[in-house]
Design a protein around this ligand. Structure first.
Ligand SMILES: *Cc1c(COP(=O)(O)O)cnc(C)c1O
Length: 427
């Protein structure tokens, strides 16, 4: 598509947008009486207007039924989590039995590592990306130490080449091949949280399996953002949070994926609790853990229904729209943001003066999702503060990076155009 940097053009795209009615289904924060340009759906997605009613339903059922709500509530709490299996499976490309919603993300990452990082004296290494999200780094470090190994030796970080911002795909594969039979596990963020780079999860999984390692992905920035085919790609495990692209509220519940072949293996070591026990005999309360043959077997506790109600409100919207339409709009929307930034760079900035905007997110749309990250060379946090003051909600990382993620559900092309005007007036 040939883009134009004009209000009329942006409004035309909005007019043609088949998802345009969804913007109105979300609460858009207002500053000084004006709707903000909200570009942080990659950090905390906006609240669907329907969320309050979903949570209220559970509060009312709790008031009305007390403990009997476990079976008599409109959406019985005993099986509340089961409602997510089918729609979440569609979002991440899984079989319904391969996914479950439980706990929070880093908790789940640790639980999955218990099952899929089973180091031996010979095979104990982990391949991950350098500068992974800190929570993931800490989790891997302590998993390794907990197993009696030294993180310096056991954790292999793949970094961008000298002077580059993003990873070369073949460098990940080479690191896996070089680790060979010392490699126990590959655990990478499927979409890098900083650059927005999407990794080739299919090829990484093939490479990991070839050397006998398990392969898992943290999809905090992937779920609800990019096309995922976890089952088909043969990924061993994955986890994600629901409060970023999935709009399920601060600290909302996390989801996990465990491939069918592992779900069927009841001998696989794991941490356990009553909610992972065979549903038919759970309430006999007998000795001896009998895991379910699904991802549900990794559940320990009964469902946190109030946060799950917020998740359900959001997931119902995803299910209604479908990933296909979201992906289609997303490519054009993030492409438009890329175009606007390039346009400002070209017409209003001068690289030789040291002041310019460098897009560090891959230019190839197959290697990115909604997010576009920019290094604002020659600018300080002032620029970000000005943007915020004028109503742009984006994300600043020291010393000079701005992350933005226009999302297809509630952002418009006009948002992107208006952002460009504000940016232009402040550089
Ligand atoms: C957002 C994010 C987290 C956050 O973890 P919580 O347990 O939800 O606090 C962890 N890992 C990655 C890669 C993230 O992007």
């Amino acid at each position: 598509m040939i883009f134009q940097n004009s209000l009329k053009f942006a409004q035309q795209l909005d007019e043609q947008d088949e998802l345009k009615s969804y913007r109105n289904k979300f609460h858009i924060p207002v500053i000084n009486g004006k709707k903000t340009i909200y570009f942080t759906g990659n950090s905390l997605g906006l609240q669907p207007k329907s969320t309050a009613a979903y949570i209220n339903q559970e509060l009312e059922d709790w008031a009305k039924w007390g403990v009997e709500g476990h079976f008599k509530a409109e959406n019985p709490w005993f099986s509340y989590h089961e409602q997510f299996a089918a729609p979440i499976a569609k979002i991440v490309g899984a079989l319904p039995k391969e996914v479950v919603v439980m706990n929070n993300l880093t908790v789940n990452l640790n639980l999955l590592m218990v099952s899929f990082y089973r180091p031996t004296n010979q095979r104990y290494k982990i391949v991950c990306e350098a500068k992974a999200f800190p929570s993931d780094q800490y989790a891997l470090e302590m998993q390794v130490r907990n197993a009696g190994f030294n993180p310096e030796d056991a954790i292999i970080e793949v970094a961008p080449r000298e002077g580059k911002r993003t990873l070369r795909h073949e460098d990940i594969i080479t690191a896996i091949e070089n680790a060979g039979n010392s490699l126990a596990c590959v655990m990478i963020g499927g979409v890098n949280y900083f650059t927005g780079q999407v990794f080739d999860m299919k090829a990484i999984t093939v490479a990991g399996h070839k050397v006998g390692a398990n392969v898992g992905f943290d999809l905090a920035h992937g779920a609800g953002n990019i096309e995922l085919k976890l089952h088909e790609w043969n990924v061993d495990f994955a986890c994600w949070c629901s409060y970023k692209y999935l709009n399920s509220g601060p600290g909302g519940v996390s989801g996990v994926f465990i491939h069918e072949r592992h779900c069927n293996n009841t001998d696989l070591p794991r941490f356990a609790g009553w909610w992972g026990h065979d549903k038919e005999t759970r309430f006999l309360m007998e000795k001896g853990f009998q895991p379910m043959k699904s991802a549900e077997a990794w559940q320990m506790s009964n469902a946190p229904v109030l946060t799950m109600a917020a998740h359900k409100a959001a997931v119902d919207i995803f299910d209604e729209v479908g990933m296909e339409k979201l992906l289609k709009k997303q490519k054009v929307l993030s492409g438009y943001l890329e175009f606007i930034i390039d346009d400002i760079n070209e017409k209003h900035l001068d690289k030789s003066s040291g002041k310019w905007l460098e897009i560090i997110t891959p230019r190839n749309w197959k290697e990115r999702g909604c997010q576009v990250s920019v290094i604002a060379h020659g600018f300080g946090k002032d620029l970000f503060n000005q943007l915020t003051k004028k109503g742009v909600i984006s994300d600043w990382r020291e010393p000079n990076a701005i992350r933005m993620a226009p999302v297809p559900l509630y952002n418009s092309f006009e948002d992107v155009y208006r952002f460009g005007e504000i940016l232009k007036n402040n550089v």
